[in-house]
Design a binder for this molecule. Structure first.
Ligand code: NAD
Length: 359
């Protein structure tokens, strides 16, 4: 059978680029990346697959309806995997409106472009078409008791402008299924970590600050618990859901790896002490600094990922111990290349030889 044709929005971001690398390397499918290339978009994260004739790139804002209509008509996707979003909680506290624009208005615009395109398909193509919306477990708010888990049926209670905007977008996606019959699927995932993660997020920030001799900032006492998933495990789960998931369903995706933030930071310090010891022989732990907690900071997130395991046969391949070691090694190997170019801002200026409308 001919490979599928998949639009990946946000394909130059952290998780989107992992999805694109996974599809190009492991399937015969064709991918069209739609990405505006905000500060978080980096075509260098696609360098490993940039030579593939099955990959093309469109620099486009997901709020640009005319541009989306052109790409849908031209590329004729079987599947849309929608990851483009503003994704950083601290930025959503500093400036919420961009989150409403991209995550809410942008998702509505994507849904309308997909619905318009869907109506042009014959019955066979309609039965294959999927709109897969990638969301977060942060829509559920936080958990009280140690035995509680987020399930697909957990009521929404978002805390930050980021999670509220993602919650709004999830509701829109489900409404387009119910009202218009668009075959949508939603996934809600826990915190991801791994290669190509933008250095403003906790794990890459701690690795790079440690190596630079800078303080390692930990909010409050570091007691916040997150359920960490290696990004390549998430990419595998997303492809499985997009290609075998049932329209109208929601799947939670998680790593079964609950860790306190302080434990994560200490684990990184221990790995760096082993792999790249400080020149003075002391531990990187000495650089840990506790800073004022974020307003509205959720205490605990933890996912019950039983449904995707039971119904689609997915389970993560990495434990936290194996994934965090791979991550630290990747940042050590790419400190002078990918990381340096992100930190000095030169990363988004050069475009790779990807097809399409890269400027
Ligand atoms: P990211 O910030 O690394 O990447 C977002 C990408 O979207 C970037 O390439 C950016 O250029 C692009 N983008 C932003 N605004 C755009 C617009 N208006 N039009 C087109 N492109 C635009 O984010 P990420 O961490 O890779 O997250 C991807 C998705 O997964 C998001 O929807 C996020 O909510 C969700 N998610 C993330 C996590 C996590 O731990 N990072 C966990 C669960 C779910």
């Amino acid at each position: 059978m001919q490979g599928k044709r998949i639009i990946v929005t946000g394909g130059a971001g952290f998780i989107g680029s992992a999805v694109v690398r996974h599809i190009i390397r492991n399937t015969g499918d064709a991918v069209c990346v739609i990405d505006k290339l905000t500060y978080a978009g980096n075509l260098e994260s696609l360098a490993e697959v940039a030579d593939s004739p099955r990959l093309r790139f469109e620099q486009l804002d997901i709020c640009d309806r005319a541009g989306l209509d052109r790409v849908f008509a031209d590329f004729r996707p079987d599947i849309v995997m929608h990851l483009a979003a503003e994704s950083h909680v601290d930025r959503s506290i500093d400036g919420p409106m961009q989150f409403i624009q991209t995550n809410v208005v942008g998702t509505a615009t994507m849904l309308e472009a997909a619905r318009n395109y869907f109506q042009t398909l014959d019955d066979a193509a309609k039965s294959r078409f999927r709109f897969h919306h990638i969301s977060t477990d942060e829509v559920y708010g936080d958990l009280e008791g140690p035995g509680d888990f987020f399930r697909e049926t957990t009521p929404y209670a978002p805390s930050s402008p980021y999670s509220a905007s993602k919650a709004a977008s999830d509701h829109l996606v489900r409404a387009w299924k119910r009202t218009f019959g668009l075959p949508t699927i939603v996934t809600n995932c826990s915190n991801n970590y791994g290669p190509y993660h933008f250095p403003e997020k906790l794990i890459p920030l701690v690795i790079l600050n440690a190596l630079d001799g800078k303080p390692l900032p930990v909010y409050g006492t570091g007691a916040q618990i997150r359920d960490w998933l290696y990004v390549e495990d998430h990419a595998r789960a997303l492809y499985l859901v997009a290609t075998t998931g049932v329209p109208g369903e929601t799947y939670n995706i998680g790593g079964h790896n609950e860790k306190k933030n302080i434990e994560v930071v200490e684990t990184i310090c221990t790995l760096l002490d082993e792999l790249r010891p400080r020149s003075d022989g002391r531990s990187y732990r000495e650089q840990i600094t506790f800073v004022t907690d974020r307003p509205g900071h959720d205490l605990r997130y933890a996912i019950d990922a039983a449904k995707i395991g039971r119904e689609l046969g997915w389970k993560p391949q990495e434990t936290f111990e194996s994934g965090i070691r791979k991550t630290v090694e990747w940042y050590l190997d790419h400190r002078d290349t990918w990381c340096k170019r992100v930190q000095d801002g030169s990363y988004s200026r050069e475009r790779l030889g990807l097809g399409g409308k890269a400027k």
